[in-house]
Design a protein around this ligand. Structure first.
Ligand SMILES: Cc1ncc(COP(=O)(O)O)c(C=O)c1O
Length: 381
């Protein structure tokens, strides 16, 4: 099998599964309990927190463990909006966010918040100037995705964070789910940052929300004082230990591979540029090393995905949360590439263990499937 859908989810590292099993079986105490098993679990929780904090170069008390990217995004966005609404009800995001950000903002609009959706260029990139231009007296939150989940485009999040320090009263959040383990991010100037474990070979149902010291937000869940009161509920200690391990292994791998995935990506982009009927959507420069998005105008992407999967090659049409909806990609539409390209895109995404021969096999089968579809389309004309 050739698995090229690592932006949807990744295969857990064996070490991550071992860590989960060991903690779940040997240290099952509730970390809030006062007895010995509870203290042992609390010690492991603290170790996991310290390890994640060290990798992100922040303080341990700034790490909040959640159930994943969706919860971290909702907590950050709704939490800031609810807590600081007295100061203003204006929020800023981009037109190419993941649904867990987009729909959180849409929900807030129904509660009377005013949201500005900053446009992007044809590569799906937000400009620092456009974000700054949108800031108003009553803006309390800006949220901009780091690496676009469909295109791989990298947004200038560090520059935006820097520029927004001129507005000390507003908070800046970034969704770093697709960037983690692939595109380093300096959190200086960032107030809130989302990471999800299952995108970095950790386990589903675990995530991180970095909350800068001095940032207050309303929790989504009430009922316990866990996670600095930001996230009530007994912590998933085995999952958190496994996530800390996954983050460390992914970061080590990124450093050791030293540009191997970028090389694979460039190679794939070149070959797709030569493929009849293909239009590459991922920008060749300024994109993450693991995502390549390509359109086949006039063709149904679901049919291509099905044909590939019949040949044991697994890619997706768009972001996993919306890929079952046979609608054009909202991200590509926002990038202004037109309906034909937005309705015919597929995404291949690599992991640290994707091999060159797997990419070759993908191109070979794709080429065959596209030629066959072109023949059928020609006959129908
Ligand atoms: C950019 C981005 N943000 C958030 C999420 C949601 O993360 P999770 O699946 O952990 O809820 C995803 C998952 O596809 C994503 O790609």
């Amino acid at each position: 099998m050739v698995y090229l859908d690592n932006s949807a989810t990744t295969k857990p590292w064996p070490e991550v599964l071992d860590a989960y099993y060991k903690v779940a079986s040997d240290y099952f105490g509730n970390p809030s309990s006062l007895h010995h098993p509870g203290v042992e679990a609390e010690t492991l929780l603290s170790k996991g927190r310290a390890s994640v904090a060290q990798l992100l170069n922040v303080n341990a008390e700034e790490i909040v463990f959640t159930s994943g990217g969706t919860e971290s995004n909702n907590t950050a966005i709704k939490g800031i909006a609810m807590e600081h609404q007295e100061r203003g009800k204006h929020l800023i995001t981009s037109s190419v966010e993941h649904p867990s950000v987009m729909q959180a903002f849409q929900a807030l609009e129904s509660f009377g918040f005013d949201v500005t959706y900053v446009d992007v260029d044809q590569e799906g990139r937000v400009s620092v100037e456009d974000v700054l231009h949108a800031v108003r007296e009553d803006t309390i939150l800006v949220s901009i995705i780091h690496v676009n989940s469909e295109l791989g485009t990298i947004n200038p999040v560090e520059d935006i964070a820097q520029a927004l320090t001129a507005f000390p009263k507003l908070f800046f959040h970034t969704d770093h789910v697709q960037g983690a383990g692939h595109v380093p991010l300096n959190l200086q100037g960032v107030d809130l940052c989302t990471i999800s474990a299952h995108k970095i070979h950790g386990l589903k149902g675990t995530g991180v929300l970095f909350v800068r010291r001095g940032t207050s937000l309303s929790p989504l869940f009430h009922g316990g004082s866990q996670e600095q009161q930001y996230r009530a509920g007994t912590e998933n200690v085995p999952g958190i230990t496994a996530m800390a391990k996954a983050l460390r292994l992914s970061e080590n791998e990124r450093q050791q591979q030293n540009g191997r995935l970028e090389h694979l990506k460039q190679n794939l982009i070149h070959r797709l540029q030569d493929l009849e009927g293909a239009v590459v959507n991922t920008p060749q420069r300024g994109s993450a090393p693991h995502i390549v998005n390509v359109s086949f105008p006039g063709m149904k992407p679901e049919v291509l995905v099905q044909e590939l999967t019949r040949n044991h090659i697994h890619v997706s049409t768009k972001s996993a949360c919306s890929s079952k909806l046979q609608e054009p990609s909202a991200v590509l539409l926002a990038a202004g590439v037109g309906m034909e390209r937005a309705s015919s895109a597929i995404r291949a995404s690599f992991s640290h263990d994707t091999k060159e021969r797997e990419v070759d096999e993908f191109v070979r089968i794709l080429q065959k499937a596209v030629s066959e579809m072109m023949l059928v389309m020609g006959e129908k004309k």
